[in-house]
Design a protein around this ligand. Structure first.
Ligand code: ZN
Length: 71
């Protein structure tokens, strides 16, 4: 298992929550401290990659209308 941020080596850690009796296995990056577990990974798969052009403020001018950007 390698870190999704810095590709460093990740070690297995017990990420059990205080309120839960279940033992949740997760991973922690030795280099940057990034932590993840099966639940987080599942959420990432469900939501997919963040889209760049999905969010658009209502009423905002089109990007092509900006002055000085004509090529
Ligand atoms: Zn890392």
């Amino acid at each position: 298992m390698y870190c999704t941020r810095c590709h460093g080596l990740m070690i297995e850690v017990d990420m059990r929550e205080v309120s839960s009796q279940d033992s949740v296995l997760g991973w922690r990056c030795l280099l940057c401290g990034e932590t993840t577990d099966s639940g987080i990974e599942a959420n990432r798969l469900n939501h997919g990659q963040p889209g760049r052009n999905r969010a658009r403020v209502p009423g905002s001018p089109p990007a092509r209308a900006a002055k000085g950007s004509v090529r």
